[in-house]
Design a protein around this ligand. Structure first.
Ligand SMILES: [Zn+2]
Ligand SMILES: [Zn+2]
Length: 338
């Protein structure tokens, strides 16, 4: 029998299958910076093991490590933990459950990549053995209040748009490859500051902190486990969150609420809203923020143009898609691939 090492079913069938499931799933994530000797073999091994456990999600493998966001059937949770503990490259990873559950993934994708976080900086600009000090939620909360402190959000601008630490500075870049040079520029003249970094789950700060230390910024610290761990700890300890709004996530949920604050506005009517949407026009799929009223008016599309296209018969849409052209140039972030 030929082993199936990737998914071959269509998206519609996969979603139907997911909706018909009679059990719960647990969404979680983990990462590890560790030398993977043969990323392709490792990828195949992981795909087989996780496929057997009916795990969905998105996993990146590179020779520098692994980054995984997955959804595990709850009846397979113990088996999943055992499987992880038996893979030497993963035996000590911190597995973080999602802040709030919901349909996250509907298939398993395991990809070999050049880097697990694509900053595209040369290897001689960082050393993963020298990274910023990890701070727990409690330590991070008290570090925020110190004098001469700079807090930097290490995520994309569409992520910090709906949620961030109150006094965090947001690097104004649209591409990951521009992020670290921009953060370095922002810290010019503040090299002696305590620099606090955070991201969704911690993975992006590991490499970023190493890069900044290499640049001569000595007092770099990072939030251990990122916003996800922070939100869990805040809830558990009944402490007021210094993170306001939502935690953006790269799956069908698009966000998890951390505090009740709504810090962004609808991109259509400018009313207060922090609901990210993926434009319903299949040829568009822009990621944007839209309030419920505008969602109703535009049938979940980003513009009248997309609404018009989305309402055409599917065959006509397919023809239009061939001459694919973005309908409106306001904000161009592609929705995360699920
Ligand atoms: Zn609106
Ligand atoms: Zn659109």
């Amino acid at each position: 029998m030929i082993k199936k090492l990737y998914n071959k079913k269509s998206k519609d069938i996969l979603i139907e299958n997911l909706e018909a499931e009679t059990f719960n799933r647990i969404t979680c994530s983990f990462y590890n910076y560790i030398k993977i000797n043969s990323p392709f073999d490792f990828r195949n091994k992981l795909y087989s093991l996780f496929h057997t456990l009916n795990i969905f999600g998105r996993i990146y493998v590179a020779d520098e490590g692994i980054n995984a966001q997955i959804s595990v059937p709850s009846h397979n949770w113990a088996k999943f933990l055992k499987t992880i503990s038996e893979i030497s490259e993963l035996s000590d990873v911190q597995i973080k459950k999602a802040i709030s559950e919901g349909i996250s993934f509907y298939k398993l994708v395991v990809k070999v990549k050049k880097e697990i976080v694509a900053y595209r900086i040369p290897k001689n600009k960082y050393n993963m053995k020298i990274i910023g000090k990890h701070l727990s939620t409690e330590q991070f909360n008290s570090a925020i209040n110190k004098e001469q402190t700079t807090i930097i959000d290490m995520r994309n601008i569409y992520e910090s748009e709906v949620g961030k630490f109150k006094n965090a500075e947001i690097p104004q870049v649209e591409k990951s490859k521009d992020l670290l040079p921009e953060v370095r520029r922002m810290l010019k003249g503040r090299e002696h500051h305590q620099v606090l970094l955070y991201c969704t789950g911690g993975i992006r700060c590991e490499k970023a902190s190493s890069f900044l230390i290499n640049e001569g910024i000595e007092n770099v610290k990072q939030l251990k486990g990122g916003i996800i761990q922070y939100a869990h700890d805040i809830k558990k300890n009944g402490v007021k969150s210094k993170f306001i709004g939502k935690n953006f996530v790269f799956d069908a949920r698009l966000g998890e609420r951390v505090s009740d604050d709504i810090i962004s506005n609808c991109h259509i009517c400018n009313k207060s809203s922090d609901i990210h949407r993926d434009c319903k026009n299949d040829a568009c799929h822009i990621l944007f923020i839209q309030c419920q009223e505008c969602e109703r008016d535009l049938n979940g599309c980003c513009s009248d143009k997309c609404k018009e296209i989305a309402s055409l018969p599917i065959e006509t849409q397919k023809d239009l898609r061939k001459n694919r052209n973005s309908p409106d140039k306001r904000r161009y972030f592609k929705s995360p691939q699920l």
